[in-house]
Design a protein around this ligand. Structure first.
Ligand code: 6LW
Length: 482
């Protein structure tokens, strides 16, 4: 049987950046058009991670205008601990570019941002030298010295190093002082199957940089490794002196070209050193977990894994209308619209089920698997009828419908991986239906390949969620089983 490589943080959690303080590790990821932005995780062993918050959780930090496209918004943060504080630098590609926030507790609250209008580009990194100068390095790879307290920039950005000659997209730079050298770690080859990680070193944070003779130090391009697109890494030293890389990778499924549906996930790899260069070992599998998680909406606060589109979850839903229920009041009339009311959580496991008890007596809504505005399947209920809708690119179809008896209904989406039978077999099947007495009656069974990054494009993965497209829809509970 093929070896299983589980991510350490499964689901759409790309562009990981990590730092350690004592025995605690903290890690952040990109979040794109979803609100809140930049999920923050904590671990003691690098393998088991718990989400402790989201760095950008209010409009003074994060603006995602309605015209923010899917895969726009928040890209590639860097998290560092310096001078007794946590520092987060990140790009909002849809509003204002680079920004920097600080916190004494990474769970939050994070400060209002210092804006960096004079730092162009994406994937900003922060590093401080022994004199206290702060170096900001961005994709390209360019560098500029900044005052992180004010956002002031000293001089024009300078080009540092662009990785292998001819390789596309030198990006995701991270700069570290280790021993006698400054190391510049980058990703190159693009975030698709050609992705890789390379490194160079030099005597000072500004270089000059000499590339590692063994570059790329990590890539799965042209291999049959089950984890592909590996790149965009960050380095950390454990308390015992060992070194580790966190990186993004994808798990394509099905036939050819292989479709990945959970987005780019966070993986872990060991690092050793030879002749002053890092040598990256094979990925370490994260825990293979099964479980069940119920949100029963009895308590006012939603857990930090819940995300909504372009605005705070509190603008999409409330627990105040009906005690013990989550209420969604519709704005946009379909999931194709940027202002649709949708609250979801990332699909984190290839095999899983989402279920919810829904009351549609005063509206229309249901459960959806969403990749972006143009790629989603939903099971939608309204008075007297339940139906399955599929949107794939410009095409929208009501795939099935049936009468719905009065009263709350359990809607369910069941996702199961598929073994490839021929070259065109999709990665999984998605069954959408109505559950009664624990038995799912599927209205439709659809190929999951159309809700994959290879079909839809972009940087995100699937999100499973609740939505309303007319009136007011109440949800008593939401189960995510995996
Ligand atoms: C990110 C870039 C990348 O800014 O994808 O894989 C972009 N790497 O570094 C968006 O996540």
């Amino acid at each position: 049987m093929e070896e299983q490589y589980c991510p350490v943080i499964p689901g759409f959690h790309p562009d990981p950046s990590i730092c350690r303080v004592g025995e605690d590790y903290y890690l952040v990821c990109s979040s794109f058009e979803y609100f809140p932005g930049v999920p923050v995780f904590h671990s003691r062993d690098l393998l088991h991670w718990t989400q402790i918050g989201n760095a950008l959780d209010r409009p003074s930090q994060l603006r995602l205008p309605l015209d923010t496209p899917s895969s726009g918004g928040i890209y590639a943060p860097t998290l560092r601990h310096h001078d007794g504080r946590f520092w987060l630098i990140v790009t909002n590609v849809s509003d204002g570019g680079n920004l920097l926030c600080t916190a004494t507790d990474p769970a939050g609250p994070w400060s209002d941002p210092v804006r960096l209008p004079d730092v162009p580009g994406i994937d900003p990194d922060l590093a401080w030298d022994a004199d206290g100068a702060c170096w900001c390095t961005v994709a390209g790879v360019h560098q500029v010295r900044i005052d992180p307290h004010t956002g002031e920039v000293f001089g024009p950005p300078r080009q540092l190093w662009s990785g292998a000659p001819g390789a596309k997209a030198p990006e995701a730079p991270h700069l570290y002082q280790i021993g006698d050298y400054w190391y510049l770690l980058i990703a190159e080859g693009g975030t698709e199957r050609g992705h890789g990680v390379s490194i160079a070193r030099g005597p000072a944070p500004s270089g000059p940089f000499e590339p590692c003779p063994a570059n790329p130090i990590l890539t799965h391009r042209s291999t049959d490794h089950p984890v592909q697109n590996t790149g965009h890494a960050d380095l950390v030293q454990a308390q015992d002196g060992s070194w580790w890389l966190v990186l993004l990778g994808v798990r394509p499924g099905g036939g050819t070209p292989g479709w990945h549906v959970l987005g780019r996930e966070t993986f872990l790899a060991p690092v050793t050193w030879t002749d002053g260069w890092p040598v990256v070992g094979d990925l370490v599998s994260g825990p293979e977990v099964t479980g069940s998680h119920r949100d029963d909406f009895e308590h006012g606060e939603l857990s930090p894994c819940w995300i909504s589109l372009r605005d705070r979850p509190t603008e999409h839903c409330t627990t105040k209308d009906r005690p013990g229920w989550l209420t969604l009041r519709a704005r946009g009339v379909s999931l194709n619209q940027p202002d649709v009311v949708f609250v979801g959580r990332r699909q984190q496991h290839p095999a899983c089920q989402a279920r919810a008890l829904v009351d549609v007596s005063t509206g229309r809504g249901g459960l959806a698997v969403r990749l972006d505005e143009e790629h989603h399947y939903e099971i939608e209920a309204a008075t007297g009828e339940v139906r399955v809708i599929a949107r794939i690119g410009p095409l929208r179809s009501i795939v099935a419908s049936q009468p719905l008896p009065a009263g709350p209904v359990v809607l369910a989406i069941e996702i199961a991986p598929r073994a490839a039978r021929d070259a065109r077999t999709g990665p999984d099947t998605i069954r959408l239906g109505v559950e009664s007495d624990g038995v799912l009656t599927a209205l439709a069974e659809l190929d999951g390949k159309y809700l994959s990054t290879e079909v839809a494009g972009g940087f995100t993965g699937r999100v499973l969620g609740m939505y309303a497209t007319a009136g007011t829809v109440h949800f008593d509970w939401f189960d995510y089983d995996f």
